[in-house]
Design a binder for this molecule. Structure first.
Ligand code: SAH
Length: 346
């Protein structure tokens, strides 16, 4: 695959300076919750810290409300996978709706393949946690494919209920279940899961170091961790922060999609290295997801899309108006669609 990166190329991705400390917003940078969703850039020592100006609890509430309000609309138009599709790079073919849904399934398959989950491995995977599960599309797919038991967590009660209802309607309730829980404080014992799956939820996490630590904690020895997430570009040598116009673009996206400060794929790699994880791999799949947002915008502009959007409410409308910024971010190379995978040592 053109956009993937072999582990041997990892060194070229690593940041030139230690930025781990910048992955958590220090308390002094967290303003009161009334300042929800404005962002600012501050400097800490020689390392620039970009902190989302929001308290964690206000952010959690905002995320829950956002998905409570928008998930029904998304499901109506796009089905049960709330993530990008994976396409061949440079594919110029205009896909049908079913083509896009297949691309979303392909995203799951490519992620498993990239992480080295072979058919042989699938059989060994008995327990899976789906961190930031949406309405449970990944869990139901993985449970059906592997026969594994999956537990999904989300901040949105509406999503958890819908995910459980869908599981029941597909006779999967004995295999999959969903609950409201925080990814940063997961209600699971250490070492419980053979596969820790986070599909497009990492971008919502205000403390990336804590997020990664929790993923590692709940992984079983030898278990795999797969993080597929929106990142900003890697900083180049000597660069301490994104350019102001880049930060400005991300800030505007943060406001509508309830996102805190972004990080890069190399920041994730560095975090995993600091925890002595094995077989750490990452790739930039930005080119593979390029057709996704234009397709979402096209569906929003259909009669059905517009009517549903207006019915769904302001958060959905604002979300739709922000989609062109995602396209701009990818085109200008500020936004990267990253996959980061690793294995917990035995
Ligand atoms: N993985 C799903 C949904 C992606 S949408 C899919 O691919 O279909 C992002 C999800 O992350 C939402 O379900 C949201 O509730 C969840 N999320 C965001 N922050 C979270 C947190 N701190 N704890 C648990 N879930 C979180």
């Amino acid at each position: 695959m053109k956009a993937t990166l072999a582990p041997s190329s990892l060194t070229s991705l690593l940041p030139r300076h230690n930025k781990l400390s910048s992955l958590r917003s220090p308390p002094s940078l967290r303003p009161p919750s009334s300042a929800l969703m404005t962002t600012k850039t501050a400097s800490r020592g020689s390392v620039a810290v970009t902190a989302a100006a929001t308290s964690s609890s206000a952010l959690r509430e905002g995320i829950a409300e956002f998905y409570n309000e928008t998930s029904g609309l998304w499901e109506e138009i796009w089905g049960d996978h709330m993530h990008h599709g994976f396409y061949d790079p440079d594919s110029s073919v205009q896909l049908s709706d079913s083509g896009h849904r297949e691309a979303q399934i392909r995203m799951i398959e490519e992620s498993l393949r990239f992480a080295g989950v072979t058919e042989e491995e699938e059989k060994k995977i008995k327990r899976v946690v789906d961190v930031g599960c949406g309405i449970g599309g990944s869990s139901r797919y993985i449970a059906s494919k592997f026969g594994a038991e999956c537990i999904g967590i989300t901040l949105s009660p509406v999503q958890a209920k819908r995910a459980n209802d869908l599981a029941a309607s597909q006779s999967l309730s004995d295999k999959v279940s969903f609950q409201v829980a925080d990814a940063l404080e997961q209600p699971f014992e250490d070492g419980k899961f053979d596969l820790v799956w986070s599909m497009e939820s990492g971008e919502h996490m205000p403390d990336k170091a804590k997020f990664v630590k929790e993923l590692v904690r709940v992984a079983a020895p030898g278990g795999r961790i797969i993080i597929v997430t929106w990142c900003h570009r890697n900083l180049s040598q000597g660069e301490e922060a994104l350019q102001p116009w880049e930060q400005n673009l991300l800030d505007r996206i943060c406001k509508t999609f309830y996102l805190p400060a972004w990080c890069s794929t190399s920041d994730y790699v560095e975090l995993l290295q600091s925890l002595s994880l094995q077989d750490i791999k990452c790739a930039d799949w930005s080119e593979n997801v390029a057709p996704f947002w234009p397709a979402v915008i096209r569906t929003a502009l259909t009669w059905k899309g517009l009517v549903s959007l207006l019915r769904s409410g302001m958060k959905s409308i604002k979300g739709a108006l922000t989609m062109p910024l995602m396209i701009e971010g990818y085109k200008k190379g500020v936004i990267k669609f990253g996959i980061i995978t690793c294995q917990k040592p035995l």
